[in-house]
Design a binder for this molecule. Sequence first.
Ligand code: B1M
Length: 210
Amino acid sequence: MSKVQEVADVVIAGRAKLAADAVQAALDEGCEATDILNAMIDAMGVVGEKFKNNEIFVPEMLVAAKAMKKGVDVLKPHLAAGEVGAMGKMIIGTVVGDLHDIGKNLVAMMIESAGFEVIDLGVDVPHERFVEAVRTNPDVKIVGLSALLTTTMPALRDAVALLNQQDFRKNIKIMVGGAPITQEFADEIGADAYTADAASAAQKAKELVG
Ligand code: B1M
């Protein structure tokens, strides 16, 4: 079995204690960091399918997420490249009611490696916190909002609506993403940009401030 496949299996099985070693072994064998990352993202897709089919439940999803995080910690230095802060500041968070943070963390990591200073507000972020964060960081250029549940799409809409009402709106760009989000939805709610994955989020962030 390939070392990359072993990483995927460790994540699917939620074996958090083995994840760091499995990723390190794949790197030592010369596997590309992005291939290892993509294998872990695909593994979370498998976990999601199993959950949907009632083969596993929330605790198993949770340990898979923990395993992925341990793996990403090892990968991070191999993925990050840019000079932190050179491109400006970005605020990012997962909207209120939503606890999913792996995708948001990957987006933050890739955007940081594209040269931005990232202020991460975490998960379950009330709309007003996004506004407050811009007020305390008036030099912020981009606000990124993540939503992973169809049930938190309305929260994303409301958070963007609140940001759109602010006097500082003309100074910031709003970027949205997450599995249920589409370009059409982003346009409908008045966001400036949507991207489907972390790598294109970093690319888009550079375009938005360029
Ligand atoms: Co939850 N969960 N979960 N979950 N979970 C999903 C999302 C689900 C699709 C699983 C399924 O049913 N197949 C489903 C949602 C269904 C729906 O909305 N239609 C679901 C559900 C139902 C739930 C609960 C309601 C379960 C329950 O309690 N009964 C519950 C909700 C809790 C809450 O948030 N209030 C819940 C809980 C959890 C855990 C806490 C156990 C755990 C999260 C742990 C954590 O994040 N720390 C969890 C997990 C792990 C998942 C799955 C399996 C994996 C999510 C993930 O990390 N994916 C997920 C199934 C799946 O995704 N297939 C599932 C990997 C990650 C890299 O991808 O987050 O999509 P993703 O991020 C991508 C892109 O979306 C994009 O770039 C990222 C990187 O490429 N992106 C952006 C994300 N944000 C962006 C922002 C941008 C741009 C791009 O700009 C700002």
